[in-house]
Design a protein around this ligand. Sequence first.
Ligand SMILES: Nc1ncnc2c1ncn2[C@@H]1O[C@H](COP(=O)(O)OP(=O)(O)O)[C@@H](O)[C@H]1O
Ligand SMILES: [Mg+2]
Length: 256
Amino acid sequence: MAEEGLLSTENLVKTFGTLRAIDDVTLSVKPNTITGLIGPNGSGKTTLFNIISGIYSPDKGHVYFDGIDIDDLEPHEIWSKGLVRTFQIPRLFQRLTVLDNVMLGSQGNPGESFLGIFRNWGAWRRHEEEIAMKAMEILRLLEIDHLALSPASDISGGQMKLLEIGRALMSRPRMLLLDEPAAGVNPTLARRIFERIAHLRERLGLTFFIIEHRIDILSEHADKIYVLHEGRIIAEGKPEEVVNDPKVVGVYLGEG
Ligand SMILES: Nc1ncnc2c1ncn2[C@@H]1O[C@H](COP(=O)(O)OP(=O)(O)O)[C@@H](O)[C@H]1O
Ligand SMILES: [Mg+2]
């Protein structure tokens, strides 16, 4: 098994036809850290998250979460172990309120059947109230509680990104995989999103593995950064080490 870490991968390989999208990736994310994953477009970042979250099976290698081999598990099984992801494009219900969107992230809904609700109305009401209170607490942590009753379609792109994190938090995860949580958001708002993430790490003891295209924004909060290029890890280390690594500079300059 790979070195200690809440999440680790060992020699992962994933091919699409002749393309080696993930090419022998071994990495480790320590508990209660913010670990970044950067790399140019098409370098395999989302594919790696798809493997870790169980959407794709690796051709080779393993994924371990909390010491358990999870690469044969289904996405919902991985989710229920406390490893939860968000998507590059937020998957929100536009017509529902912000609060409802967060409440939908709740794990399990006992008494969901109509007959169940009818037979046990009081318990169902209490359960719904508890979920709503939990959702409000999460919105407060994210500092978007003032938007609780707005339709999701009315909030800004940055707020949608926070809302998606909020929904992921409803299942009380231990670790979050965030795919570009600040994509398409201006630098000021992007910084605010990362400040909220850092706050969640402290308050809830969470572990984060975050894909972000912009090194500068990630560097302010990440404990460690992995750099992916053509499916391979070409650099890893503290932000200041990675930013000054000639291989990384080459890859990013080559892109522009
Ligand atoms: N389901 C798929 N089928 C075929 N090719 C894919 C699939 N998913 C990703 N790819 C390819 O794998 C490479 C890595 O993609 P991706 O992981 O989305 O990159 P990133 O998130 O770093 O921009 C790209 O060349 C992409 O076209
Ligand atoms: Mg991607």
